[in-house]
Ligand binder design. Structure first.
Ligand SMILES: [Fe+2]
Ligand SMILES: [Fe+2]
Length: 369
């Protein structure tokens, strides 16, 4: 397989066409991420991030992220790599430093031949041949990853959650989501560029899970804490990442905006929420209780919250947000493990390796005991 793929980059256009047409030889991002070291692959996706850098000898290289509907792969293109334009019938060699198609690669579809190599005990993906593919045949939008939960289901969930709340929060949420247009942004917004829920509908999926588990916590604790306000918890949970609407954009893969980079979602979200609360004449005391959840939801100053959760409602939302974020990472990292492995690579963001215990062994152990 490796030899066949290598000839694609060095031989005549007919071979390139042949390779393009043999869809079965194409791997998805998920399949590539499951490959062992030294394996070669051919992948087509949208270049969601493309940055030129220089190595210590002054030679250019590129950091590139390629996304398809199964995930995102971060890789390297070195100065020795080949660049080909195969849009249309023939193929022409591209100069990576001067050709517009390369300079404006971000947001366009590409094909890459690559190899899995080892770097500092982690997998690294090196792309030796890059193809600028036909953008009509491979539309960038087709490669954008989406939430696994259908949008209609999530909309139903959101409407149901809001309908179960007391006034005036119910009316306020209904108005801001469905009359003031937030829904149009919310339904497609990602929750991140690369960390968690970094796909179309990711913010909605994340906010719904945070709200639903936070509501369960309220119901568990309300016997001991009758003052707990379910409507404040659910509103705070649904809106806790509101600022992400201004932090990310889809082009078509998730990208960070300038305000997102220099202000970030907590401040952007608090400002937008307080403006909406004032405009909709929400009681100022109630608005402050919900606003407090927005600014404190990261749970510590170290993680970007200017103030720490000071109410039971804010503690519940911060805990639920933290859980949803970590569970996402566990699933994302362990889904890449080959069948015989149970421990993931080290995750620098959460500073741990994830464990997928062997379900069969556990079942046997349970039976024996
Ligand atoms: Fe957040
Ligand atoms: Fe969040």
């Amino acid at each position: 397989m490796e030899r066949r793929q290598e000839t694609v980059g060095q031989e005549n256009p007919a071979d390139v066409k042949k390779a393009q047409n043999k869809e079965r030889k194409r791997s998805s991002v998920l399949e590539v991420r499951q490959l062992p070291r030294d394996a070669s692959f051919f992948l087509v996706g949208v270049a969601s991030r493309f940055v030129q850098r220089k190595d210590k000898n002054g030679n250019p290289f590129w950091d590139i992220s390629i996304m398809d509907e199964t995930g995102q792969l971060d890789g390297k293109i070195w100065s020795s790599s080949e660049w080909w334009d195969i849009e249309g019938d023939g193929r022409t060699r591209l100069n990576a430093l001067t050709d517009e198609k390369v300079l404006k690669l971000e947001g366009n579809s590409v094909g890459v031949q690559g190899k899995v190599v080892e770097f500092r005990d982690q997998n690294q993906y090196n792309f030796s041949v890059v193809y600028y593919v036909d953008q009509e045949k491979y539309p960038p939008h087709d490669f954008v990853r989406r939430s696994p939960i259908p949008l209609v289901e999530m909309e139903e969930d959101l409407r149901g959650l809001i309908a179960g709340l007391r006034e005036p929060v119910r009316g306020f949420l209904n108005r801001i989501f469905f009359e003031l247009g937030i829904w149009e942004e919310f339904r497609i917004c990602p929750a991140a560029v690369s960390m968690h829920h970094a796909y179309v509908g990711g913010l909605l999926e994340h906010s719904l899970f945070v709200a639903k588990s936070a509501r369960l916590m309220v119901r568990q604790y309300e016997a001991l804490y009758p003052e707990l306000k379910e409507e404040v918890v659910v509103a705070g949970a649904l809106l806790h990442d509101l600022g992400k609407l201004e932090t990310y954009r889809l082009s078509p893969a998730p990208q960070m905006t300038l305000p997102g980079t220099v202000v970030d979602h907590i401040v952007l979200g608090y400002r937008r929420f307080m403006n909406l609360a004032e405009q909709e004449e929400l009681d100022p005391g109630l608005a402050l209780e919900i606003g407090h959840i927005l600014v404190s939801h990261h749970g510590s100053r170290e993680f970007g919250s200017p103030t720490l959760p000071a109410t039971p409602e804010a503690m519940i939302v911060a805990a639920s947000d933290d859980l949803d974020f970590k569970l996402f990472f566990w699933k994302d990292q362990t889904s890449l493990l080959e069948a015989e492995r149970s421990i993931s690579d080290y995750n620098p963001i959460l500073q741990r390796r994830f464990w997928r215990p062997d379900r069969t062994v556990s079942d046997e152990a349970r039976t024996i005991s």
